[in-house]
Design a protein around this ligand. Sequence first.
Ligand SMILES: Cc1cc2nc3c(=O)[nH]c(=O)nc-3n(C[C@H](O)[C@H](O)[C@H](O)COP(=O)(O)OP(=O)(O)OC[C@H]3O[C@@H](n4cnc5c(N)ncnc54)[C@H](O)[C@@H]3O)c2cc1C
Length: 508
Amino acid sequence: MDRNPHILIIGSGLGGLICGYILSREGFKVTILEKHHKFGGNLQTFRRNGVEFDTGMHYVGSLDKGQVLHKFFNYFGLLGKVKYRRLDENGFDRIFIKDNEYPYAMGYDNFVETAAKYFPGKYNTLKAYGKKIRQVAQGIDPYNLREVDMSQIFNVDSLNENVFSHLRTLTSDQRLQNYFSALNILYAGERDKTSMYVHALINNHYIESAYRFVDGSGQVADAFVENIENNGGEAFKNSEVMKFIFDDKKKIKAVKTCSGELFHADFFISNMHPYNTIKLVPPGLVRKVYRKRLQRLPNTISSFAIYAVLKERAMGYLNSNYYCHKDDDVWAAGNYDKDRFPQYFGMYPLADTIDEKFTRGFSIMTYMDYDEVKPWENTVSRNRGEDYEAFKEEKAQKLLDFVETRFPGIRNKIKVYYTSTPLTLRDYTATRRGSIFGIMRDCNKPYESYIFPRTKVPNLYLTGQNLNLHGMLGVSISGLLTCGEFVGVNYIIRKINEEYDKEINAHV
Ligand SMILES: Cc1cc2nc3c(=O)[nH]c(=O)nc-3n(C[C@H](O)[C@H](O)[C@H](O)COP(=O)(O)OP(=O)(O)OC[C@H]3O[C@@H](n4cnc5c(N)ncnc54)[C@H](O)[C@@H]3O)c2cc1C
């Protein structure tokens, strides 16, 4: 090839943007096509009554100086462009289980010391828990930006270790087991299926340090697009890819968008769900068993959310997130029961630059199964009918009743609220059945639910949350692995570390 290879990326979720950024920096010509009218997928925000709401990125972890996300943000050119705020060190998350409230504190020593006040006599168990999850999370090379042996990437014991079994051997105290498991909402955990790998990576991420974006996560998408364009790349909205066009060597030569436009390239990276991607490949070009596997892999449950605009100065700024479990059994995703809706809520107050002293809005999330909105699955957004509006309102009232049990009088502080359902998630990001975090990881079949970036189509690659793990950190690792197919994973890891040493350490 006597010119820079051209890479076409389908989807501008975090995964697509990361690949676009890394590869455009490395001299590839990059084009991103996004089906929606906004970039970012789950990073998108929307504005109502002057308040900017996050949709799928309420907080991130490991962002203190020297921690892994800080290194990624430096390499991605996000530091200084994106505003974020450190959450309450002594309770970034506050958890209600039945009648008790417990904080999750930042920093391992602080985590143990703080929790020990709520669990007298359990100091050593708390310490053992902290040690275990730190050990597991710090043992996984790419998540610590250590060079990787790709043949061993999924050869990790914690992938098939069930976290709940571990917690049961650690302590017979159910209250403590629940405390350790309470954030399983962050990965739609299922008691019999969630691995130590998923649990440890996510809990460690936030215990290291926890931050929320100020003015919303949409600025991350905007900053990525700007950086990609500065590197010579291009990104187009309202460009849904409907079809792959193949050459006679069974390689993709172009994609066709909904408007009939053709985009040619040398390589194609799909940020779509892997099954939706492979559906566009004709039979015979990928093995039937691979196609079936992608089709059958279960996806995590979906969600219902309230986005509330608060009355002016009705509530002081809250620098924590709140999780409330109705039952003693905190593993609600695997026990979802629509008749007991809502089984939990997660409440995420917003931070903005308009008023730093008051909370101007928050989102409240809970699980909802896609089947509950199936009657409206063939309708389009904003025009789903009165019965759908009534359904949403009934659910919103039930959710607010539950929130009132922990925040009495909160209804009176709300000026107006908006709701979303699994159909909203499905339509905004094309995730299967409105799944929150994509493909579910099952420790009983660990290798089935982890997907490599390479496909049987020689110039088609995958990226995003469905490959390895969801979330800011998980998708950054997927992006690293996908781009590694072009320039080498260890080359990128070295570059991230070298740049960090040069730019950050130079200033200390
Ligand atoms: C409600 C919710 C709360 C969350 N909270 C957090 C949190 O607090 N912290 C955290 O770290 N993570 C959180 N996550 C997870 C995180 O948002 C995701 O893991 C991550 O953003 C996924 O990025 P992605 O690139 O894999 O996919 P997506 O964001 O789904 O992006 C896929 C993109 O591809 C586009 N696309 C699909 N099909 C086509 C097509 N045919 N043509 C063109 N474009 C197409 C979509 O429109 C979309 O923009 C949350 C997720 C949800 C849903």
